[in-house]
Design a binder for this molecule. Structure first.
Ligand SMILES: Cc1cc2nc3c(=O)[nH]c(=O)nc-3n(C[C@H](O)[C@H](O)[C@H](O)COP(=O)(O)OP(=O)(O)OC[C@H]3O[C@@H](n4cnc5c(N)ncnc54)[C@H](O)[C@@H]3O)c2cc1C
Length: 418
C-alpha cells in the first residue's frame, strides 16, 4: 500500500493499540505493534468496562474469552448519593450487551494482544520507542530499543501513537492540545478478598467518589477518588485516607475490615484532562494518547476501544485508497470528539466531587423512586446513553412533571447532575 516496510506501526499495545492493530490486521494491512512491556502486564488502572465497551468485545468475537476466565458480569448497580438517596437498578442493554465487566488488566490486555497477533499483526514486546523518523514534516517510522539495547528502525506509511496519556508520539509531533483542564482528583484502589458483592456499588459523598466491583479470582476492586487539593496531606497516610473514605459509605468500611487486602493500595495523582489533535502527516493517535480524562467516570477503556474502531475504519479507507488519508483522519477526529465530548464534560463535573444541591437531591430522589428512570439514569452515568442526551429539559419534565415548569431545575443538574 505504502512506501514503508509496514502499512501501519502502532506504538503501545494495550486497550487502544491492541484493538487498533487487530482491526487493521483483520482488514489485511501489514501491521507492526510494539510495546515496551511484555504481557501479561498490569497497569495503574481500575477496570470497569462499560456496557458499550463490552458490546464491542462481543462484536469482535472476544467476549467469550473474558467470560471464560470467570470474569463476573455486573447487571445491577446501587448508587448511594448519601443521606438515604439510593438508586438501585439495571443498566439498559446496548447493542446486544447488558452487563458491565471489570476484568483485571493482566487478562483483558492479554486477550487483546493475542487477538492482534491472531489477526496477523506482528507484535513486538519489550521494545521501547525512543524517537520517530521523518522526512521533512512527514513521519516515516520509529526508532527504538529491544531489551538487549539493540537499536532498530522500522518504517511505515502511518505511525499510530496508542502509547497512553504521556504519549511519546504526541510529544514528538507536537500534537496540539485543546479542552485541557487541570487535574481535579487523585485515585486510590486495591483488591480485597472476603468482601463479596452481588453487583456494583457506587457512593457519592462530598469530596469522595467510591466504586466497588467484583473482579477475577473472587476479589473485589475498591476505588476511592478524592480532591487533588488533599493529595499533599493525604500522602502521609494514603491507606488511612482510603479507609476513612470507605467508613463514610454505609457498612463498606466494616465489610472491608472483615475481609483482607489481597494487594497493595495503588494511588495516582496523574489524571490529566485533555484532547489532542489526533492526526498529521504520517501519524495518528488512539486512546488516551488522543483524549484522556479523570478516571472517576471509568470511561477510558471503553473510549479506547471505540476510538480503535473509528480510527481503524478511517485508516483502512485512507490507506486502501477509497478516500484521501488526511480527509479520513480528519473525519476520525470529528467522530471521536462528537462521541466523547459530552462524557468528558460530565466526567469533569463528577471529578469536582462537589456536594449535591437541594435540586439535585429532589431529582435523584424522583429518579430513585422509578425503576425505569433509574435504569435510564444509570445508562447515562455509564455512557450507554450519552449524558448530554439524558440531562435535558425533556428528562427534567419527565422526572418532575409539571413542577419542573413552575420551578425549573438548575442548569447544573441538567448538565450532568453535578
Ligand atoms: C486510577 C485509574 C483508574 C482507572 N479506572 C478505569 C476504569 O475503571 N475503567 C476505564 O475504562 N478506564 C479506567 N481508567 C483509564 C484507563 O486506564 C485508560 O483510559 C486506558 O488504559 C487507556 O488505554 P490506552 O491503550 O490508550 O493506553 P495505556 O493503557 O496507557 O497503554 C499505553 C501502552 O503504551 C506503551 N508505551 C508507552 N510509551 C511507549 C514507548 N515509548 N514505547 C513502547 N511502548 C510504549 C505502554 O507500555 C502501555 O502498554 C483508569 C485510569 C486510572 C489512572
Amino acid at each position: 500500500m505504502g512506501a514503508g516496510r509496514y502499512d501501519v506501526i502502532v506504538v503501545g499495545v494495550r486497550i487502544a493499540g491492541a484493538a487498533t492493530a487487530m482491526l487493521l490486521a483483520r482488514q489485511g494491512l501489514r501491521v507492526l505493534a510494539v510495546d515496551r512491556v511484555s504481557f501479561p502486564s498490569d497497569t495503574v488502572s481500575s477496570h470497569q468496562l462499560q456496557v458499550p465497551g463490552v458490546a464491542l468485545l462481543q462484536q469482535w468475537g472476544l467476549l467469550g474469552q473474558l467470560t471464560g476466565a470467570d470474569t463476573p458480569p455486573v447487571r445491577r448497580v446501587r448508587l448511594d448519593a448519601g443521606d438515604g438517596l439510593v438508586m438501585d437498578g439495571q443498566f439498559p442493554a446496548h447493542a446486544g450487551a447488558d452487563a458491565l465487566y471489570s476484568p483485571r488488566r493482566t487478562l483483558l490486555d492479554s486477550i487483546l494482544v493475542d487477538a492482534a497477533r491472531a489477526a496477523g499483526a506482528e507484535v513486538r514486546e519489550n521494545f521501547r520507542v525512543t524517537e520517530l523518523t521523518a522526512s521533512g514534516d512527514q513521519i516515516t517510522g520509529i526508532r527504538g530499543q529491544t531489551r538487549g539495547r539493540r537499536v532498530v528502525t522500522e518504517t511505515a506509511s502511518l505511525v499510530i501513537g496508542a502509547d497512553g496519556k504521556r504519549s511519546l508520539v504526541a510529544g514528538a509531533v507536537g500534537a496540539p492540545r485543546y479542552r485541557e483542564r487541570a487535574a481535579q482528583s487523585f485515585a486510590s484502589y486495591s483488591y480485597w478478598a472476603g468482601v463479596p458483592v452481588s453487583g456494583g456499588e457506587l457512593y457519592q459523598r462530598p469530596g469522595r467518589a467510591v466504586a466497588v466491583f467484583p473482579t477475577n479470582d473472587d476479589l473485589t476492586m475498591v476505588y476511592v477518588a478524592a480532591p487533588m487539593t488533599e493529595f499533599a496531606t493525604a500522602r502521609a497516610d494514603l491507606e488511612g485516607h482510603y479507609l476513612r473514605a470507605l467508613d463514610t459509605c454505609g457498612d463498606m468500611g466494616e465489610r472491608i475490615r472483615s475481609g483482607s487486602r489481597a494487594e497493595r493500595i495503588r494511588t495516582t495523582p496523574d489524571q490529566p484532562n485533555l484532547f489532542r489533535r489526533p492526526h498529521g502527516p504520517g501519524w495518528a493517535l488512539a486512546g488516551d494518547a488522543g483524549v484522556v480524562m479523570d478516571s472517576v467516570s471509568a470511561q477510558g477503556m471503553t473510549s479506547g476501544l471505540r476510538d480503535a474502531g473509528l480510527l481503524s475504519a478511517a485508516v483502512v479507507a485512507g490507506l486502501g485508497g477509497s478516500r484521501p488519508l488526511d480527509a479520513a483522519l480528519r473525519d476520525h477526529q470529528r467522530q471521536r470528539d462528537r462521541a466523547i465530548r459530552g462524557m468528558y464534560d460530565f466526567t469533569l463535573r463528577l471529578a469536582a466531587l462537589s456536594p449535591i444541591t437541594a435540586v439535585q437531591r429532589r431529582f435523584l430522589a424522583a429518579v430513585g423512586a422509578d425503576q425505569q428512570e433509574t435504569s435510564r439514569f444509570l445508562g447515562a452515568f455509564a455512557g450507554i446513553v450519552p449524558p448530554e442526551q439524558y440531562f435535558t429539559l425533556g428528562t427534567a419534565l419527565r422526572v418532575f412533571g409539571s413542577r419542573a415548569i413552575r420551578r425549573p431545575p438548575a442548569a447544573g443538574l441538567l448538565a450532568g447532575c453535578d
